[in-house]
Ligand binder design. Structure first.
Ligand code: HXC
Length: 513
């Protein structure tokens, strides 16, 4: 028994040594062979050198079933703590697959919940590296209750601190829902990283479908098809680097503003290419991402969900060193129409930016909502309403730049018209109308002769296919030469710095979901 101070200190050091998850050489080789980094390698890559403080190292499970009483599980299969990422405090929980498959029991869950609670208390972002076989089967209901506690923690943290999930291993059953409740999901594009509610065997037995684990729940499935994930990473190291990059755009909490960086790109830079980027033919596409790059600091954008609903672009960028959230129709896909997935994608991004004081810049070139039974039966009314809700709800500065088509309800959906934006800037190529001239002709000129019809179409274009009628009513604040876009946006952001909004007294709104 340790009785002197020195003995007690030695005892602590010994205990820590025993606890440290010193994976054997064989174990490290096995982990590396699978393509993964070890847990300690992941943690070292994430935090600034020497800054990580581990919490709850001495946690021990209480399970006695199926021989568990004889098992010591270092950290109960999860490491939690905080440290500095590029000088700013961030909380981390990282599951350890080498400890009983990173499975989640009572204490494992308690550690994660405590980590989230401390992140809320200290108003610091929380990152979860998920690598787990799900609820620890030997613990029975404790694992399930544990998930419930984590979900509640995620909900409590929502909108208070940024929450980022990385899928760096298997995630099945309840394990997928904590990531889904967080703000962003990264997935490593390797066969060890996947998410699904029920695996391929269950799918096969219930529906008869044959599907591989990667097809069902791999990185590209969730980045391209389901839209559950927001970012794809080529490796563990790339995933960690990308999370750190994202954190650089974000404030630590809803009470802070995003960090401001020294801007090396002149604020009054006029990109002459902008003057010719919109083709003369109305139906010809151009790359909206190229346009955005010409406007933002140093052409740098960090795209959110780049493979999902590609008809709308959502990305973080900086203007004069400050973070902005950009939403833009992409004419290269579905002519930039709004559809179910685009509405969901943009609405969620807008709400994130609003939670964390990130101004919104919207570039509009939208011919309308995507027509068709697939969209109507799929609930485009309900999904489209999310976007209509998210923009007016947002109280951060909102700047809209109308590039070309701004037709019908989709124009309002893209933060235009009364009630949405704080500043509407239009290019001379803007066409703000109920619909395009050809569509209008089919309805209001259908009884006219061909000759008269083409004259009336030209008249319609003359009247509405421009920013001037809207500007005459005061729905457009400025019409600018395209190359003035960067200085105009930076100027508007500066002007809106003091924006304050009082919202009605209510518990919360009832956003259509
Ligand atoms: C206890 C587990 C475990 C679990 C894995 N292990 N998952 N132990 N509970 N849930 C253990 C394995 O027994 C093994 O221990 C070690 O972890 C590594 O697992 P392997 O199977 O050897 O690894 P691999 O081949 O890579 O397969 C990984 C896996 C597979 C795909 C995750 O282990 C698996 O299918 N596990 C079960 C997944 C599952 O059904 N979980 C419950 C989900 S339901 P040894 O000692 O052999 O090394 C759920 C409900 C939550 O989570 C609901 C909340 C609302």
């Amino acid at each position: 028994m340790a009785s002197t101070t020195q003995q007690k200190t030695t005892l602590l050091i010994d205990k820590e040594k025993q606890l440290r998850n010193a994976a054997s050489e064989a174990e490290v080789s096995r982990i590396h062979a699978s393509g993964r980094l070890t847990l300690s390698e992941r943690i070292d890559l994430f935090f600034d050198a020497g800054s990580f403080v581990e919490l709850d190292k001495f946690i021990a499970h209480r399970c006695t079933h199926f021989g568990m009483d004889a098992k010591k599980l270092p950290g109960d299969g999860v490491v939690t703590g905080y440290g500095k990422v590029n000088g700013r405090t961030v909380y981390l929980f990282a599951q350890d697959f080498s400890v009983i498959g990173g499975s989640l029991g009572e204490m494992h869950a308690n550690k994660i919940v405590k980590c989230i609670e401390k992140a809320i208390l200290s108003r610091s972002p929380v990152v979860g590296m998920n690598d787990s076989g799900g609820a620890r089967i030997q613990e029975g209901v404790e694992g399930l209750i544990g998930y419930g506690k984590i979900f509640a923690g995620n909900v409590e943290a929502s909108g208070v601190v940024p929450q980022i999930a990385a899928i760096m291993g298997p995630c099945a059953g309840g394990a997928v829902y904590s990531p889904a409740l967080m703000d962003f999901i990264y997935m490593v594009d390797k066969d060890y990283a996947r998410m699904f509610i029920t695996g391929p065997e269950v799918v096969q037995s219930v529906t008869g479908e044959t599907v591989s684990p990667m097809e069902l729940g791999g990185a590209m499935t969730h980045n391209r098809q389901s839209g559950n994930a927001h970012f794809v990473a080529a490796s563990d190291a790339d995933c960690i680097a990308q999370i750190k990059h994202l954190l650089g755009f974000l404030p630590s909490s809803s009470k802070d503003t995003p960090p401001r960086y020294h801007c090396t790109d002149p604020v009054d830079r006029r990109a002459a290419e902008l003057n010719t980027i919109v083709p003369d033919q109305g139906n010809k596409p151009y790359d909206m991402k190229a346009l955005i790059r010409m406007v933002v600091d140093n052409g740098d954008i960090y795209e959110v969900q780049p493979y999902f609903a590609m008809n709308i672009v959502t990305c973080f960028a900086r203007m004069n060193g400050e973070t902005v959230g950009i939403i833009a129709n992409q004419p290269m896909y579905l002519a930039g129409c709004l559809d179910i997935n685009a509405s969901d994608k943009a609405a969620r991004f807008i709400r994130f930016c609003d939670c964390f004081n990130i101004p919104l810049v919207t570039f509009v070139d939208v011919p309308g909502y995507l027509p068709g039974t697939e969209q109507e039966f799929g609930g485009i009314i309900r999904h489209g309403a999310k976007l209509l809700y998210a923009y007016p709800e947002a109280t951060v500065p909102k700047i809209t730049v109308v590039i070309r088509k701004a037709y019908g309800g989709a124009y309002i959906g893209m933060c235009s018209g009364k009630g949405g934006p704080d500043m509407v800037i239009a290019w001379p190529t803007a066409e703000i109308a109920v619909m395009g001239a050809d569509g209008a002709a089919k309805i209001i000129f259908r009884k006219f002769s061909a000759e008269n019809k083409s004259r009336l179409v030209e008249e319609y274009k003359e009247k509405f296919a421009s920013p001037y009628p809207a500007a005459e009513r005061g729905y457009v604040d400025r019409i600018i030469v395209p190359d003035q876009t960067r200085p105009a946006i930076i100027n508007a952001l500066e002007m809106l710095r003091g924006k304050t909004v009082s919202t009605p007294d209510r518990k919360h709104g009832n956003m259509p979901l």
